[in-house]
Design a protein around this ligand. Sequence first.
Ligand SMILES: Nc1nc2c(c(=O)[nH]1)N[C@H]1C(S)=C(S)[C@@H](COP(=O)(O)OP(=O)(O)OC[C@H]3O[C@@H](n4cnc5c(=O)[nH]c(N)nc54)[C@H](O)[C@@H]3O)O[C@H]1N2
Ligand SMILES: Nc1nc2c(c(=O)[nH]1)N[C@H]1C(S)=C(S)[C@@H](COP(=O)(O)OP(=O)(O)OC[C@H]3O[C@@H](n4cnc5c(=O)[nH]c(N)nc54)[C@H](O)[C@@H]3O)O[C@H]1N2
Ligand code: SF4
Ligand SMILES: [Mo]
Length: 744
Amino acid sequence: MTINLTRRKFLQSAGCAAAAIPFARMAKAEDVFVRTPYTAPGSFAGTKTVTGGICGMCFWRCQMVGKVRDGKLVKLEGNPKSIDNGKSICARGNAGVKLLYDPDRLKYPLKNIGKRGAPVWKRISWDEALDECASRMNAIIDKYDEKSLAIFPHGSSAKYPMEFFEYVIGTPNNSEASFFQCRGSRDMAYIHTLGTPAGEEVDMPNAKAIFMLGTHLGENVHVSHLKKYLKGLENGAKLVVVDPRFSASAAKADIWVQIKPGTDTAFLVAIMNYLVKEEKYDKEYVDDYGYGFDDFVEGISHASLEWAANICDVPAKQIKQVADLLAANAPHVSIHPGRHTTWNGNDFQRERGLACLTGLLGTIGVKGGFVKPKNPKVGRCGWPRVVNPHEESLHYQGEMHPFSPPGTPTDLIRETAVSGDPYPIKGMIAWGQNPMQTIPDPGLTIKMIEQMDFVMVCDVMPTDITMYADILLPETSYLERYDYVKRGTQWDYSQPHQQYISARVPLVSPTSADHERKDSVWITNELAKRMNCAEHIPVKSAEEMVETILAGAELSLKQLQQEDGIHLQPGEDPYGVSFDVDFYNSNVEEAGFPGAPTYVPVPQPPKGYARLVYGRVPVHSFNRTQNNAWLHNEIPRNPVWVNDEIAVHLGLKDGDEVALVNDVGIVSAGTSILKTTPGIRKDVIYTSHGYGSRNPQLSVGANVGIDDNALISNRTIDPETGTHGMRNSFVRIVKEGKILDIPA
Ligand SMILES: Nc1nc2c(c(=O)[nH]1)N[C@H]1C(S)=C(S)[C@@H](COP(=O)(O)OP(=O)(O)OC[C@H]3O[C@@H](n4cnc5c(=O)[nH]c(N)nc54)[C@H](O)[C@@H]3O)O[C@H]1N2
Ligand SMILES: Nc1nc2c(c(=O)[nH]1)N[C@H]1C(S)=C(S)[C@@H](COP(=O)(O)OP(=O)(O)OC[C@H]3O[C@@H](n4cnc5c(=O)[nH]c(N)nc54)[C@H](O)[C@@H]3O)O[C@H]1N2
Ligand code: SF4
Ligand SMILES: [Mo]
């Protein structure tokens, strides 16, 4: 592929073209491409290839190039120079084109002159919007103090405003979805076991066995991670998948353990107890790097195979079979740490269990095991820490959740806002996060929002949270802006080691006559000026921010461009690096929690209900792609999985139109189609996340399928970390208005 367009030339042509083409014509041109990208590469003749793109359809950040014709992006592809995703991007990455030209996108700053939740929008100028946001937030700070603001950020463009509100304004109330509803419990458990966050750094390509708990690769799609996994399987790795559902991974497994949800820690400690008793663990690794091993052995000694079999509802001999398979292939075993790990509120202990199992098998720093390749160094660019509000954080004040990830547990913010105790929280900022469909118990989120003096939302699309904004700010999309650097190493560590550095640069011009979108650096700086913080502004533009980060690696945007968007340099072999293992963690014990991984039972479904469990579909990212017609057309609604025998009992059949009602009486706003299958336990109902938006501004995605989050009314809090347990809500099926009890 020739990459023959310089950035300068590209920006010139893109700028002119965009200004010259009225939007109606652009939309028409786009329609021509709706169906073509997958099938007709010939139709991309005459396009220019622009390098430097980084995908933002999910957070994996694959490296891309864009095909541009007349200033219009017509196709996205993996960057052939990438040693990460390579030429591949997934369906969602491909559909970025559709997001870019989605006519429903936010275009101008908007003021809500109706009610929160039932907005009436009035277009206002940026000056009016920023003046109002700043003056109302200043007023809240004057009346109360900095702690009365809370920010709900997510994604790379939210980092800059997040740092502003935390480091400069000084609020500790910052709750990132990636921690408190995603991987916070995992990262903290690994830090307090192996001394390092987990990432998903298991060397699957070189593994003899791969062990996955819940992790449903194939439905969970992160391109280079999937490549690692598939390479491992191709290379003959045995696969063990523990999942109550016949997931895409379970379908490839040598052993599928159809576990009872919430009981995984019992499963893990029984395996470890067996390995210890049978002396099938890595004594040398444990002797050299293990701490608290005797206390650990004592702490798990009760966990017989039969004990776990009874709790997990799986045969004892299958647990033994899994343990033997792992031991037989050790140390070349990938114990996958998982990613979304906020399941039932007993999650820190389960993740500690996974980390301990990793140590027990000595599968650290070896082929196939847990390895941490060194990333290339780059510079830092962001707001200075003018204040450090950390100690004021609600969980420090209350001495709760001592192993909390960075920020403040979402639930503490929400309860504090609703009760006003220990202090009022009166201003809310949502930036790249959709709390309405992301945080369990949306009813409580609405209560929190209702008592706010001011709500500001910055987004790219109308979503369920934007309906609650007083002022709604439109951001440029990831295809039109500079933002953070993506760096890493190649994924198959048996290859000569290489590191890469790339940066997100615009593939098309952000300017156009039909909208007034701005990037997050510009928006935050303008707010900072109006909040009397101009002196702390670290950079004038997003471009300068990227240059500063690159300068730390003695690189520049110009040089990256000359290198086709990706700088490669030699790295270090990650093998041979060991990590100490805190099998028994006395800090955890001193804080009042079990020092050895311990199974804590979780709430069980009341009579007539099944547990609601959710996961991913390969063609959607969270809630953010609901309105993307290309993706929507692939899986228009989220099927409701029900065990086939239960279905027969209830007189239901495949394809029936159903709704769900939960154990506090909340009925799903939408309906979906039933999927009856032996591939789901009888006490579980499954559907996928990312459907059922209620925002009428979405012409494709509104009221389609079932919103899982609307049904998650019972939240449990993981006591060590303060992260949300999200799978303790229970549902019944509704068909034609009739509620059907799930038989025991
Ligand atoms: N296509 C797509 N891919 C994505 C994303 C996306 O939005 N779309 N998001 C990305 C992100 S940020 C994340 S965090 C990951 C999430 O992906 P994962 O980390 O793989 O998600 P989980 O929710 O842990 O896994 C869901 C699976 O867990 C099973 N499960 C439910 N309860 C239990 C239980 O108690 N025990 C066990 N063993 N299994 C259980 C479910 O049946 C389901 O198969 O996906 C990433 N990849
Ligand atoms: N019920 C339930 N809840 C979940 C999950 C689940 O499976 N089920 N998954 C959990 C997990 S693993 C995660 S990681 C979180 C994800 O939680 P969120 O980060 O809230 O994910 P999204 O639903 O994609 O919402 C992100 C919002 O950012 C907007 N957005 C997209 N791009 C941009 C941009 O460039 N700039 C700005 N300003 N906004 C942008 C989107 O339009 C959307 O409104 O959800 C968690 N919560
Ligand atoms: S995995 Fe797919 S959606 Fe995520 S960054 Fe890569 S191409 Fe984009
Ligand atoms: Mo996540």
